[in-house]
Unconditional design. Structure first.
Length: 123
């Protein structure tokens, strides 16, 4: 018996972008390396015991000296042997604008940027 599995097409383009990152899951800060990112989620390489559904705080560090920080919240949507995929729930301060610019500068298909309105986190 052959079952056909239909995969959901991704809503937003992922772009390869490597930078230092960290996620805080269950009150544990885990150093990570960003592998790819979209407007709605990211995949980071890290060693964590996170499970699907865990909420997390995330930070992406852009630059080496005095880095710009993209700071947001999300939840784990996939966990594998190399890392975790995190769907974004919201961003602090100007982080959503920084994420949008990062994605625009690294994405050939800029038409999708108008499709997504990522919520800001109230501080």
């Amino acid at each position: 018996m052959n079952k056909e599995v239909k995969l959901q097409p991704r809503k937003f383009t992922r772009v390869k972008f490597s930078t230092r990152a960290e996620v805080e899951i269950n009150n544990v800060v885990v150093p990570c390396e960003l592998v790819d990112i979209s407007i709605s989620a990211m995949y980071v390489r890290c060693d964590t015991q996170a499970v699907v559904g865990d909420d997390c705080d995330l930070r992406l560090f852009l630059g080496d000296e005095d880095p710009m920080v993209i700071h947001g919240i999300g939840h784990v949507v996939r966990h594998d042997a190399l890392g975790v995929a995190i769907a974004f729930k919201g961003f602090y301060c100007d982080s959503v604008e920084h994420l949008t610019h990062l994605h625009l500068l690294n994405n050939l298909d800029q038409s999708e940027m108008a499709l997504h309105d990522t919520p800001k986190v109230d501080t």
